[in-house]
Design a protein around this ligand. Structure first.
Ligand SMILES: [Fe+2]
Length: 178
């Protein structure tokens, strides 16, 4: 299983995130030319208090919140994230409706490093990968980011397409939140 949608309200998180992003042109405009934007977490939790409030009710402690910003398909290739725990929770913030997160098998990976020096595995032969599952981000969704994945835009996707991705102190299992 690659993902699970959660039946929780994300209205406050989306509203507070949009207000926060209006004050953060570096993120909105991809000024640093990175898709995965590392923002100071204390600032994010301060400006978007509903993140911690929402998940503490579920016994979860959010430790990291980052915005994932795409303007074009080239901003996301097939990769897996090198993480302590395989699952993260993603939340649709803007224009996620006409896009999909697709999971794959196969492919030769090479390790690359993002601007913060964190490793990830990038596929160098996308054409040999086989799609195994896909999900539209239209709710808070647990995703197994340790599996190969990529966000696919379509001609209908408005940009920027922005999601919020959350890491937790606790290990999430798909069954934990059943
Ligand atoms: Fe990823």
């Amino acid at each position: 299983m690659y993902y699970k949608k959660l039946d929780i309200s994300i209205t406050s998180i989306v509203r507070e995130s949009k207000a926060f992003l209006k004050t953060e042109p570096r993120i909105m405009n991809r000024t640093d030319d990175v898709t995965f934007n590392f923002t100071d977490n204390n600032t994010v939790f301060d400006k978007i208090p509903s993140i911690r409030r929402t998940f503490s009710k579920m016994g979860l402690t959010c430790t990291k919140a980052s915005f994932f910003v795409m303007y074009m398909q080239e901003h996301c290739t097939i990769h897996s994230d090198v993480v302590n725990y395989p699952y993260r929770i993603n939340i649709p913030i803007l224009n996620c409706k006409d896009s999909s997160t697709v999971f794959y098998r196969g492919g030769l990976v090479e390790t690359t490093y993002n601007v913060n020096g964190r490793p990830r595995h990038t596929v160098i032969n996308e054409e040999d990968c086989v799609e195994v599952d896909r999900v539209k981000l239209d709710a808070a969704t647990i995703l197994d980011v340790s599996e190969l994945h990529k966000v696919i835009l379509t001609p209908k996707t408005k940009v920027p397409r922005i999601s919020l991705t959350l890491s937790f102190a606790e290990e999430l299992g798909l069954e934990l939140l059943a």
